[in-house]
Write a protein that binds this ligand. Structure first.
Ligand code: GDP
Ligand code: GDP
Length: 444
């Protein structure tokens, strides 16, 4: 059975337009005049990988407009009985009406899962107006413009999340909180940093689910185990297990190519650094690659047993990080000795923590409260003497956390202001060491 998603709202808020947008074909008839007779519309739709039956209730509530309650009983209620999810649409241009409030109150009592859609939120003031819908008590309004095709990405994400099934395009992406779906971990670093030793230490302590097995290529292996938190981990790095001789042939080139492959597969990357040698350009390059690929990163300072002055070494290593890895500010570092096992038990909790942050979603409301404060504290600079007017922000996706900022000429914001926004976001929502994506979307 495909889930049924019902679009509900008073006449003329844009239900049919939204229906057409989501169904991606013109089925419903859009008309300016409220009360135009329309049939009940149903269409199969695919929303962020979910096959759903989309139901447009436009027309249903257009029975004699006596009372809202009457309209509800007469029509929409029937459609709602079959609903797995309700998209409750309000019109931010006209503002909230008593009818909206009555619908909202009914929905709150119904215990149906509801997403609040603030439609017609395009252009100047749209997002701010959308915020008004908070007061309906149905959670964060999702600001969209069905007609101008804005905000639909966020809506798709929210629908997929509300329906709670894995999305097709992310089929092998584990849900953050499901211990049965393995976290994909890469262990990367320069040759001899101690990657294989570390893996063995991790496996030695934990219950192994599948041992090293021959994979597709001669060098590939598949290792999966349960860590101390009880969750599964799958190693996606193969470089650490390759035959030494092969790597040493064409050392640099090979390790970068293999590393990049692992990074693309991984969710969290453990960069193993030989603390005796310190961080060099190659370590930094790997860390930057991980950041560029949008992965969560944890750094293991290995061979800590052999370090003489730990305080000085730690300072030296973190100084390099601060100076050269601003993109991963506050990244978590774990000093350990893979060989003796000391400190190894602190690695996976750090990995899980980084993973949780990487998966974290911030509600639109929370995000915009932060966004407004950040703009007040430090308003965007003029570009070529013209004002850049930023309106609102959304978080279209996590993994890694991605913020979309909308506004006039938003895409022209200078680099240092972008950095300011990213850093302010990272601090406000405590996401040290997580790569953060900023998308700037100009609106008229
Ligand atoms: P319904 O009665 O709720 O199904 O509403 P319709 O989809 O028929 O739309 C009512 C009117 O609102 C039409 O004139 C649409 O063109 C208009 N409309 C729908 N979506 C938007 C939007 O995002 N922005 C603006 N400005 N108008 C919209
Ligand atoms: P890989 O090339 O990154 O897989 O590195 P290996 O795991 O093969 O380790 C390279 C060398 O470093 C080996 O001689 C290990 O014994 C040594 N090594 C690994 N971890 C540690 C450690 O925690 N302390 C010390 N002193 N040596 C280590």
């Amino acid at each position: 059975m495909t889930p049924t998603v019902v679009i509900l709202g008073r006449p003329n808020v844009g239900k049919s337009t939204l229906f057409n947008r989501l169904a991606q074909r013109k089925i419903a008839i859009v008309d300016d005049r409220p009360g135009v007779t329309r049939d009940r519309k149903e269409a199969p739709a695919r929303i962020a990988g979910h096959d759903v039956t989309l139901v447009d209730t436009a027309g249903l509530e257009e029975a004699p407009p006596d009372t809202v309650a009457g309209r509800m009983r007469a029509s929409s209620e029937a459609a709602l009985r079959a609903a797995d999810l309700v998209l409750f649409v309000v019109d931010v241009r006209s503002g909230l009406t008593p009818s909206d409030r009555a619908f909202a109150a009914w929905l709150r009592r119904s215990s149906l899962p509801v997403l609040l859609i603030a439609n017609k939120a395009e252009g100047r003031g749209g997002a701010a107006a959308a915020m008004e819908a908070f007061e309906l008590g149905l959670g964060d309004p999702i600001a969209v413009s069905a007609e101008h095709n804005e905000g639909l990405g966020v809506l798709h994400e929210a629908v997929a999340e509300a329906l709670g099934e894995p999305r097709d395009e992310e089929e092998d992406e584990p849900a953050a909180d499901d211990p049965e779906r393995p976290l994909r971990l890469a262990i990367v670093g320069r040759p001899n940093a101690g990657k294989s030793t570390l893996l063995n230490a991790l496996l030695g302590e934990e219950r192994m689910i599948t041992g090293p097995e021959p994979g597709l290529t001669r060098d590939a292996i598949a290792v999966e185990w349960r860590d101390g938190t009880g969750g599964r981990v799958r190693l996606v790095d193969t470089a650490g297990m390759r035959k030494k001789a092969r790597i040493e042939d064409r050392l640099e080139q090979m390790s970068v190519a293999a590393t990049l492959g692992a990074l693309k597969e991984a969710e969290v990357v453990v960069l193993v650094v030989d603390a005796l040698l310190g961080m060099d350009e190659q370590d930094l390059r790997i860390a930057r690659l991980a950041e560029r690929e949008g992965r969560a990163v944890v750094i293991a300072f290995n061979k800590w047993d052999a370090v003489e002055d730990r305080e000085a070494t730690r300072r030296r290593l973190t100084d390099v990080l601060t100076a050269s890895l601003a993109q991963l500010k506050g990244i978590s570092v774990v000093p350990l000795a893979a060989l003796t096992g000391r400190g190894v038990d602190r690695l996976m909790p750090a990995v899980r923590a980084a993973y949780a942050l990487w998966n974290r979603r911030i509600t639109t409301g929370e995000l915009n409260r932060w966004f407004e404060a950040a703009l007040t504290r430090h308003p965007p600079p003029a570009v070529d003497g013209r004002r850049v007017k930023l309106r609102y922000a959304t978080m279209p996706k996590a993994r890694p956390p991605t913020i979309a900022v909308f506004g006039t000429r938003a895409e022209e914001l200078p680099e240092d202001y972008r950095r300011y926004l990213v850093n302010a976001f990272r601090e406000a929502f405590a996401m040290p060491g997580v790569p953060i994506r900023l998308q700037l979307r100009g609106t008229r």
